[in-house]
Design a protein around this ligand. Structure first.
Ligand code: ADP
Ligand code: MG
Ligand code: MG
Length: 203
């Protein structure tokens, strides 16, 4: 299977579908330790992405698609997650360049996304943010034998990483204002990252 432009479009469409389905759940997580808007923020962004993707040239490369996702998220998603995911998709687009498929560059693309989030948000692993899903995902992808296995391994690791945020105290973002009261709650951004990477594996 090639991770070509059709795959990239299927991936992003699946993300948009699943965010719409799980919007309330993501916002509920954010209500527990934030301001309750994470699902709405991402749904607004990916709804705009879906409509702009339909107008993109039929022969757009994976990199051009990822760049459109980035610019759309930056301009439509309020809150912390907009610039963070926007930067992730922008750096991923830069790593993809004008290649027709992402197979050979998949680990570099995922690592670039994660590095973009870290550069922008300055969170470290263990700070109870989306970085806690991205970092094990990139590590698992790097250890996988091929691109398809890497996507599955990244999704599994991101889901485990999201779950592992539950016992943590947050050191970045709104949840950091809660101190120990954040303990026992899953970070919403780590959960949306797991959703995005599971969609990549399923696409
Ligand atoms: P806001 O907190 O502005 O309402 P969202 O609710 O959309 O924005 O996104 C919150 C998520 O953003 C958190 O769950 C966390 O995963 C992520 N986040 C917040 N700050 C940072 C940061 N500095 N670095 C990485 N991720 C962060
Ligand atoms: Mg929020
Ligand atoms: Mg907010």
């Amino acid at each position: 299977m090639a991770l070509d432009a059709d795959w990239t479009r299927r991936w992003i469409a699946l993300v948009a579908d699943r965010i719409a389905e799980r919007k309330a759940e993501l916002s509920h997580l954010d209500r527990d330790i934030g301001d309750g808007d994470h699902g709405e923020n991402l749904d607004r962004g990916f709804t705009a992405v879906r409509s702009r993707l339909a107008d993109l040239d039929a022969d757009a490369t994976p990199g051009a698609i990822l760049k459109l996702v980035a610019t759309t998220l930056i301009s439509t998603v309020g809150g912390a997650s907009g610039p963070l995911y926007g930067t992730a998709f922008l750096k991923a687009a830069m790593a993809a360049g004008d290649a027709a498929t992402l197979d050979d560059d998949l680990v570099a693309v995922l690592a670039a996304a994660r590095d973009g989030i870290v550069a922008r948000g300055k969170a470290e692993p263990g700070d109870k943010t989306m970085v806690d899903a991205w970092t094990p995902a990139v590590d698992a992808a790097a250890a996988a034998p091929d691109a398809v296995a890497a996507l599955a391994a990244a999704a599994d690791a991101a889901e485990a990483g999201a779950k592992a945020t539950e016992p943590l105290v947050a050191r970045k973002g709104r949840a950091s204002y809660l101190g120990e009261r954040a303990i026992g709650h899953r970070d919403p951004g780590s959960e949306s990252t797991a959703l995005i990477l599971r969609a990549a594996a399923d696409a």
